[in-house]
Design a protein around this ligand. Structure first.
Ligand SMILES: [Zn+2]
Ligand SMILES: [Zn+2]
Length: 131
């Protein structure tokens, strides 16, 4: 379990139970949309609104604590990790992480040090192929 409290304390954001819950949820799910986060969080905080989740997600994004994955449909979010590629299933929208190997990573860092390292691969995931 990562120390999300530390992560928030080192940012410009206040540490709130809601923000901690959002980060925990993203950590568990890996990638999640605002609606998916809302479904879980509202069980813990029944008075929370979708708009509040939205605001918190945006704040966390601006602080660089989480990042947005641009999908065809709904954007999903994840806690910022080392650069990696995403495999996105065209059928079910499932998102999987594909780690960059060191050669790609070093090459990227040398040539484009300040770039956002995003790579998307689209296809059909194993689960959907079986059906
Ligand atoms: Zn799929
Ligand atoms: Zn990812």
């Amino acid at each position: 379990m990562k120390n999300f409290k530390n992560l928030l304390e080192n940012s410009n954001l206040k540490t709130t139970p809601q923000r901690l819950a959002i980060l925990k949820e993203l950590d568990t799910k890996g990638h999640a949309s605002i609606e998916e986060i809302y479904e879980t969080i509202k069980e813990m905080f029944p008075s929370i609104s979708l708009a509040t989740i939205y605001k918190n997600i945006n704040a966390l994004k601006e602080e660089g604590i989480i990042s947005e994955i641009c999908l065809h449909q709904k954007p999903k979010f994840e806690i910022d990790k080392s650069p990696h590629a995403h495999f996105i299933c065209k059928k079910c929208g499932n998102v999987e992480d594909i780690p960059f190997n060191d050669i790609i990573k070093n090459d990227f860092n040398q040539k484009y040090p300040d770039s956002q390292k995003e790579l998307y691969i689209y296809g059909i995931c194993k689960k959907c192929k079986k059906v």
